[in-house]
Write a protein of this length. Sequence first.
Length: 553
Amino acid sequence: MKSKRFEVLAARPVNQDGYVKEWPEVGLVAMDGPNDPKPSIKIENGRITELDGKTREQFDMLDTFIADHAIRLDGAERAMAIDSLDIARMIVDINVTRKQVLDVTLCLTPAKLSEVMSKMTIVEIMMGMTKMRAREQPANQCHVTNVRDNPVQIAADAAEAGIRGFAEMETTVGIARYAPFNAMSLMVGAQVGRPGVMTQCALEEATELELGMRGFTTYAETISVYGTEPVFMDGDDTPYSKAFLASCYASRGLKMRFTSGTGSEVQMGYAEGKSMLYLEARCLAVTKGAGVQGTQNGSVSCVGVPAAVPSGIRAIAAENLISMLLDLESTTSNDQTFTHSDLRRVARSVPQFFSGTDYICSGYSATPNYDNMFAGSNWDAEDYDDWNIIQRDMKVDGGLQPVQEEDVIKIRNKAARALQGMFRELGLPAITDEEVEAATYANGSKDMPERNVNEDLKAIEDMMARKVTGVDFVKALDKAGFSDVAQNVYAMLRQKVAGDYLHTASIFDEQFHVMSAVNTPNDYHGPMTGYQISEERWKQISDIPNAIRPEDI
């Protein structure tokens, strides 16, 4: 006889997920692994000669890079001598300021940072996030993609995402040669939706840098770093080459951050028997040492690996907190889908959503998931109302706000028409009125007419050969009668010259004022401090269209 209750439970979505018991030898342990090194540091003549149990003669290239560039030496031996439990208590103590915590944590080694995290519950990690994120106000980022690389749909979806509140938008491609169209469509649509939205196109690094330098994008984040030397070498990279690439972006006024996350080394077969969190702490130390202002982390595309082992989702939150303890902008994933369970996917996002991070998602899908070319997201366009109502339920700012249907239709139509005009003025393949109409009302690519892909690709090749830049977009938009959109795109290009948005955790308001850790730092130190939702913002969050009004009764 079988238990009928267990038959019912076995059929639940959560039991369709994959799970594995801890297997430290291959790195299948979330944190506090038995093979993790014990924290240690030794400094001689202003140089680290011992790091987490290794002498300098035993260092691999990550150890060397971290020792030489990532750890604040002044006070390091004193900070390392503080008991890890005491540091954990400092992080959650409202009487200890963020700056006082950073004075300690910026001096710590990767093993010490990992050990501190092992002392904290998930609630304490969340308390730490509330205090330690860099910028005062939380924000959000989305994916804008589709399976056909349809530029008209990208522009319309970006415009809608703009009025829904996203501060950053990211696209990628199904066909690599479509990248310039996707990037320019995203930028135009975003600036129609809300002035000041930053955009990027995730590609291989040389193309991504070229598009940024030409003015097709305004930031980048898919510059991956790893926690073991063999994984770096497998990708033909080193911490030094990544640091050089970071300087290339910064020298052209492009905001950028590195990407890393628990599970990547396991997935690539080179975890060296260490826990996922310890290896991620090394990644974050490399990021800090490279002088990069921030990181996209939180397992990201490898989330299925930590999610399969005990305490794995807690480890993801812990890696986000470590990035904040290193004074980095923290873009906290909640990205790739990983579970069949709606309950579990929401629980995975609770630490970042409720605590507030610099960017709660680094890829909320602004399309249905069938159109998400980043392998699907934990949240998508069909979850907009759920996200907004959770914000309303808990009185938290998750970076989004409710919208009216007529406003969405209007903004999607304007974005499609603006792109239509820009394509016409640049001599690109025509965007038909039928495409504009479809994009105005579409949910996804299934609702869009097909474009002539060969014609588009030939036009892209010709456009790139003609050395078209973002300045040409501005001229074309203005000539097409969309001077307000042209002004917004021009304002974004000017920001690259000013360089103010290269500061940690920078976003723009609608007047293109930069808000960052420099001029709007997080100063939380207990109740009624730090970010407080204003009356205006609370009205915006709480005013959902389907709520009954007293005057309607």
